[in-house]
Design a protein around this ligand. Sequence first.
Ligand code: PLP
Length: 382
Amino acid sequence: MTAGKTHLNHGSYGAVPVPAQQHQLRLKRQMDANPCTWFMGQAATLAGTRSGIADFLRVPASDMALVINASAGVTAVYNSLPFRDGAEIVTTNHAYGAVLEGAKRIARKHNGQVRIAEVPLDADASLVTELVMAQVNGRTALIVIDQITSATARSFPVVEIAAAAALHGVPVLVDGAHAPGVLEDPVPDFEGFWVGNLHKFACAPRGTAALVARGPFRRHLTPLIDSWGFPHEFPESFDHVGTQDITSWMAASTSFATIESRYGWDNYRSYARALGGYGQHIIQDAFTALTGENAAADVGMPVDPLRLIQLPRGLATTHEDSHAVRALISDRFDFETAITTFDGAGYLRLSTHLYNTAADYEAFAERAVPELVKLARAADTI
Ligand SMILES: Cc1ncc(COP(=O)(O)O)c(C=O)c1O
């Protein structure tokens, strides 16, 4: 972590425990000492690595492949499914931007379109399911649904949606990018596709993600990289990745074990629930006190380690502005945060991990909140 910055944004890029960084470095040295031996044995090594990561996710290794990130897992599914001409993909207005763009690309390729269910921020599980399923019709070839959303830090009822979709014979791709580490049992019980990043809350070295596939559509899956796995089926077909550095995957279990042995994952989740709640309230109360506007975001199905706070009116109302506000908070006030935009309103998304303390959020409320309020007032008068 950069000295002098307070990190309140674990959710974007994670943080890697030092023992896992050291493990990965040792592996890289071995690889560089004799790349011939290293790469000839890589596929065999990978099968064992996959088992360790599958154990952490509580899924059978035979249902899970490794990919470099959630985006790669999503793209593998998009590229593999046999879409017919005019195929439609259903998702929501909470979908991660790049995942949505991928859906549009694949729909365009098949002369189809993406249908977007407009889900209010405060919608409960049954309303979300109803709104998503209302977009399904005879042309629907895939539903893409977030397990935990990025911009709005909420969860969706993925098991209910998958069950409803199964009645129409429609496969579901669950974007669980944030789920590992946040949820004790991160892969929901359904037949379909699930992608999750291990390099976010699970703290694996970056470039570590999983693609789980179950049910009738799994036979279509092909890896993103055509390599020597071609005679095999999923997931062994994904164990051959050409000349790719897989040391992040190999060191991932060191991250999981370090946190388990030093703190315990269950303890982390309890800590995140309590501290996340404290941090959220202290910051949203500070905004409310200064602006007179209620900064509490009415989030349906909230998530413990990711909290959403509404920014004062006028701040981060577009995607571009949200990046500018994030950069300003980092440069001027030394806090790393996630600033998001949803439905034309700006939000501060707070993360909580083991290295965070109450003082981090108190400092943000004291130092950054008054300055952000001034900025919003200035923006309002322009
Ligand atoms: C919901 C969601 N999906 C997908 C991704 C993409 O993750 P990656 O950039 O690791 O592929 C993210 C990244 O933050 C995300 O929040």
